[in-house]
Every structure is written in C-alpha cells, then in structure tokens.
Design a protein around this ligand. Structure first.
Ligand code: COA
Length: 174
C-alpha cells in the first residue's frame, strides 16, 4: 500500500502556477496538525502573499521550495532558506508538512532526501530545524535521516495553556 502510493509521488520545485494549491494546502494542514512552528492564524495567508513568497524562493540560490504531488494533488511541502550573509549562506532552516491522509507513506523521507541531494550540489553545509519535543513522528523521521539534537529551546512558543519545548536539530554535510 505504502509502496504503491509512493510510486505515484512526484517531487518538483514549487512555481507561481502552484499558488492556489499551496494556499489551500497550508490552510488544510493548519487544521490537521498542531505541530507547525508558525501557523496561518499568526500570519493569515492569501493568494498574493503566497505568490510573493514563491517568487522569493526563486531569487536566492540557497532557497528551495519543493512540492510532493500525488498525481495532481499537492500532498507535501518542504521549504529551506539559507542565510543571507556570506558568512552564513551555507546554513539554512528546513520546514516540512505532509497532508494527514498521506502520513506514513514515505513522502516526508522522499522530500528530505531531495533536499539533501540539492544541499550537496549547492554547497550547503548545515540544515537546521525546530521541532516540538512531543512531535515523536517527526523526530523519529529526522533521527532516521541523520539529524542530531543540538539544543533545547524552552518556552519558545506559547501553547494554549503552557509553552512548548522545542528541539533544535541539525544535519551536517562535509
Ligand atoms: C512529520 C511528517 C513531516 C512526517 O512525514 P511522513 O511522510 O508521514 O513521514 P514518512 O512516511 O516519510 O516516515 C518516515 C519515518 O518517520 C517515522 N514515522 C512514520 N510514522 C510514524 C509514527 N506513526 N510514529 C513514529 N514514527 C513514525 C518512521 O521512522 C518512518 O520511517 P520508516 O517508514 O522507515 O519506518 C508528517 O507527519 C507531518 O507533516 N506532520 C505534521 C506537520 C509536522 O509535524 N511537521 C514537522 C514540523 S517540525
């Protein structure tokens, strides 16, 4: 089952033509998970804002915005932004989200594997990410792909009753 779905998954960079799909995807994901670091309620999304966001990703050689499409449906997004200064342009931060109906089919792993290939080709030396300490599914995936915990951030984001702890995880390339 998982293998056959993954065979239908096509990973490619997001382009401005994908804007409506990305806007809908983000709205749906927001309702499906509480694990996103920043959510749409903090920063309401719109067609124009997302379109500009996608354009931003095309302007920097150390930015990457990937979509995983299941046939024509956008099933997952991966964002990577490298630093702006010459001193940190080789380091960047990863964000990822998969539509809930596709969790556990290997799409997250496939997107991150594409990012790693791109990092090697584009002289990126370190990928960082923030993950809620109780997001066991995501942490298991990151550890499997070689991420290590570098630090713990306490009170980084306020939940409905108490602040969440976040792990800072990193993957380095030679
Ligand atoms: C976390 C997330 C990106 C994982 O994507 P995914 O496509 O479901 O992950 P994959 O199917 O590629 O799973 C890869 C690995 O994750 C782990 N995993 C998958 N399902 C799991 C589960 N139910 N419990 C624990 N670990 C699990 C396994 O180690 C798995 O490897 P395996 O298939 O070799 O056993 C996805 O669940 C998601 O978008 N969650 C909501 C948003 C989110 O948490 N984003 C990350 C914020 S830091």
């Amino acid at each position: 089952m998982a293998i056959s779905l993954l065979n239908q998954v096509y990973v490619r960079p997001i382009s401005v033509q994908d804007t409506p799909k990305v806007v809908n995807f983000k709205k749906e994901l927001e309702n499906e998970t509480d694990y996103l670091v920043f959510n749409m309620k903090d920063s309401p999304n719109s067609f124009n804002k997302e379109r500009n966001n996608i354009i931003q990703f095309t302007l920097f050689s150390n930015y990457l915005y990937l979509g995983a499409f299941v046939d024509d449906t956008l099933g997952g997004l991966l964002l990577f932004r490298g630093g702006k200064s010459p001193r940190n342009k080789h380091i960047g931060e990863l964000g990822i989200g998969i539509k809930k109906e596709y969790w556990g089919h290997g799409i997250g792993k496939k997107l991150i594997a594409e990012l790693f290939k791109w990092c090697v080709d584009n002289s990126i030396k370190k990928v960082t990410l923030k993950v809620r300490k109780d997001n066991t599914r995501a942490i298991a995936l990151y550890q499997k792909l070689g991420f290590k915990c570098e630090a713990i951030k306490i009170g980084f984001i306020q939940g409905s009753s108490e602040p969440f702890e976040f792990l800072i995880m990193v993957k380095t390339f030679n």
